[in-house]
Design a protein around this ligand. Structure first.
Ligand code: CP
Length: 309
């Protein structure tokens, strides 16, 4: 039996290197497969989704992934158009939707929401973003992108810049990078450094520097991972105003980077990467978004098939 069969995907903390590499290999396999063969992987299966927060890429790449595998999808993309608006609880909603599908994808503003849903659901639950906590499928796609574009992860000099306090993709990525031997630099305004409640776990297996000055590292990085300042998570508008626009990666900055460096971003971006960077060879964030469809398809294929595919 493959080890992902009917398993929840809640945290990258549960994904060791062997499991991550298994998903990457399955992704390569999906990409290389004929369309006819792909359509057999989830034929007759249904993906359910519940998105309590806005999403473009995650929800649509999951829908696209299940369609690629010959399955179907149903769900709630806007809680105001569902019975949640009448006061139905998350627990009841999860219980009902999980009875309509084979795997359930959840995005919610509360930390712990996916873990809670997994306890109630009688189908596997995939965390598509839980509060400021984690976004595990984003990390699978981020690490896969690095591996595809740089041909390796070990030995790379990686900078993660932006909102490291509230960005849930950052926490999942840090948990994922614990599996690799990387030279890591965290770059953020002082007030947006990673939260101390998470550093204990991360520091056990990962060393990194913290700085506010991106210029210290820009010339030497192999990977620059840029994140959006998460306006919606700030308890105070004034605090957001103080850090808004702290880092703007423009083509002038890209010129200082190594020729073969790559720039990633989980997207959406607001103003932290200028549009003129999009045409540089270092910009890989749209490829990263596309890989998300295939990494999610691979994960779904493994969760839905006892013997893999
Ligand atoms: N990266 C990401 O989670 O994008 P969406 O919010 O559009 O799903």
């Amino acid at each position: 039996m493959n080890e992902f069969y009917k398993k929840n995907i809640i945290s990258v903390r549960n994904l060791d290197k062997q499991k991550l590499e298994l998903i990457f290999d399955a992704t390569d396999k999906i990409i290389d497969m004929s369309q006819d063969k792909r359509r057999e992987i989830a034929r007759g299966k249904t993906l359910g989704y519940l998105f309590f927060e806005p999403s473009t890429r995650t929800r649509l790449s999951f829908e696209s992934a299940i369609a690629l595998l010959g399955g179907t999808s149903l769900g709630i993309a806007d809680a105001t158009s569902s019975s949640i608006h009448k006061g139905e609880t998350l627990g009841d909603t999860v219980k009902v939707i999980s009875s309509y599908c084979d795997v359930l994808v959840l995005r919610h503003s509360l930390d712990g929401s996916s873990r809670f849903a997994a306890e109630i659901s009688n189908k596997p639950v995939i965390n598509a973003g839980s509060g400021t906590e984690e976004h595990p499928t984003q990390t699978i796609q981020d690490l896969y992108t690095i591996k595809k574009e740089k041909k390796k992860i070990d030995g790379l000099k990686i900078g993660i810049a932006g909102d490291l306090k509230y960005g849930r993709t950052v926490y999942s990525l840090l948990y994922g990078l614990r599996n690799y031997d990387v030279d890591l630099h965290l770059i953020s305004p002082e007030s947006l450094r990673i939260r101390s409640d998470s550093t204990y776990d991360i520091k056990k297996e990962l060393s990194y520097t913290e700085s506010s000055n991106i210029d210290e590292y820009i010339e030497d990085l192999d990977v620059l991972y840029v994140t959006r300042i998460q306006k919606e998570r700030f308890p105070d508008e004034e605090e957001y105003a103080k850090v808004k626009g702290s880092y703007v990666i423009g083509s002038d900055m890209v010129k200082k980077m190594k020729d073969d460096a790559i720039i990633l971003h989980p997207l959406p971006r607001i103003d932290e990467i200028s549009a003129d960077v999009d045409n540089t060879k270092q910009a890989k964030y749209f490829e990263q978004a596309e890989y998300g469809k295939y990494t999610r398809a691979a994960l779904l294929g493994l969760i839905l098939n006892e013997n893999g595919f």
